[in-house]
Each structure stands twice: as structure tokens, then as C-alpha cells.
Design a protein around this ligand. Structure first.
Ligand SMILES: [Ca+2]
Ligand SMILES: [Ca+2]
Ligand SMILES: [Ca+2]
Length: 208
């Protein structure tokens, strides 16, 4: 990953992913200043492996969150990242990282809500066995004072046999779903299914 000056376009900093992990920067988003140096910081995901909080000043690593499966299993951890807002009332924005386990074929996906202040996992949504996940902050849509979460999922098949049987009859058409979850109770607030939905979500929100 490279950091450039917005004014002059000069290279300010450069960082490489860990050895054997070429996926750093697969997912990337800006977050408020988490280390108190006055510069906004970055969330950067290395696909399947980890998510880093990087300094927006010089790209040094402030914190790392590893996939729950470590380096051994390709669970597509950090396939998505986003800032949620302050979920735990400590006045520091928290964030979400998704693991779309498409790479594993038929496993469920999961997403973690992570404290921006401590890096602790505040909560996990583990989806049913036919869904992967892309995660997105959506702001406080039910007006309970806690930011909420949007997940884009793709319905998958329970096992290889059912997938192959659908495949034999023509192109596999899978249903996609947007599900909005309460950041306070983790209950589903609403969801919509459609084959025309894309796999990713972008929320139009100030996330406050
Ligand atoms: Ca900073
Ligand atoms: Ca917080
Ligand atoms: Ca809410």
C-alpha cells in the first residue's frame, strides 16, 4: 500500500503485507484518528488473514486483528471493512470486518464489530450456512442511539451435491440479500432479497 500527498502527489509512505500474504489493501477505508496523533487513520484488510489499523500519517501499524482461523484457512477474512460509529459509548468510532467464506465453498460467513479504542471484538454476527457476508456501517437507522449494520449476503448451497445438481440444469442463479442488523441488539431490523442485488453495499449515511 502507498500513501500519497493530496497536494503534490508525492509518495509519503509505503507498506508491504506480511510474508506469504499479498492481499494487504484488498479492503480499505478511512477512520477517525485512533492513536491521538491528530491524523485520521486507515483500516486495511489482508484477504483471508488480518485487518490492520494503520497510521494515516506514515502507515505504521497501530493494531492488528487476526482472522479467527489464523493463517491456516482461507475464510476471506477482511473481504470487507467499514466504520460503524461509536457502538460502545466510549466516544471512539468502532468498525466492522467481514469474512465472506466463499473461498471455502459451503461454510458460513461471519463479521466482527471491533472496538476502535482497544481492538477488542465487541460482537460477532455468524450467518447461516448458506450465506457469505459483506459488511457495511449504515448509521443509526432505528434511532436508538447505536449505529446499525448492513450485511450483503449471497445465498449458497448447503453442500457440493446440491450445487452440482443446480449447475447441471443451467447457470447457477443465487439469491442475494441485504440484511440490516441492530448494533444494539443484533436483531434483524429488515431484509430484502433479490437476484439483481450486487454482493456489496455502500451506505449513504453520515454514520453518526
Ligand atoms: Ca492517527
Ligand atoms: Ca467505541
Ligand atoms: Ca440503531
Amino acid at each position: 500500500m502507498a500513501l500519497y500527498s493530496g497536494k503534490y502527489g508525492e509518495l509519503l509512505a509505503h507498506v508491504e503485507g506480511d510474508r506469504d500474504c499479498a492481499g494487504l489493501g484488498w479492503s480499505l477505508t478511512r477512520i477517525d484518528d485512533l492513536d491521538g496523533d491528530g491524523h485520521p487513520d486507515l483500516l486495511a484488510g489482508a484477504l483471508h488473514r488480518y485487518a490492520d489499523v494503520l497510521s494515516g500519517k506514515d502507515l505504521h501499524r497501530i493494531r492488528r486483528i487476526d482472522s479467527r482461523n489464523g493463517y491456516g484457512i482461507c475464510d476471506a477474512f477482511a473481504s470487507s471493512l467499514d466504520v460503524l460509529g461509536d457502538v460502545d459509548y466510549d466516544c471512539v468510532p468502532d468498525w466492522i470486518v467481514g469474512a465472506n467464506e466463499d473461498a471455502m465453498g459451503f461454510d458460513e460467513g461471519y463479521a466482527w464489530v471491533v472496538s476502535g479504542r482497544t481492538g477488542r471484538v465487541l460482537g460477532e454476527t455468524c450467518l447461516s450456512s448458506d450465506e457469505g457476508v459483506d459488511a457495511c456501517g449504515i448509521g443509526d437507522v432505528d434511532l436508538d442511539g447505536v449505529p446499525d449494520i448492513a450485511l450483503a449476503t449471497e445465498t449458497k448451497f448447503e453442500d457440493q451435491e446440491s450445487w452440482y445438481s443446480a449447475y447441471k440444469t443451467g447457470p447457477v442463479k443465487q439469491t442475494r440479500r441485504i440484511r440490516v442488523i441492530s448494533g444494539r441488539t443484533w436483531e434483524t431490523l429488515w431484509q430484502v432479497d433479490a437476484r439483481s442485488l450486487r454482493e456489496s453495499t455502500i451506505a449513504a449515511s453520515d454514520k453518526k
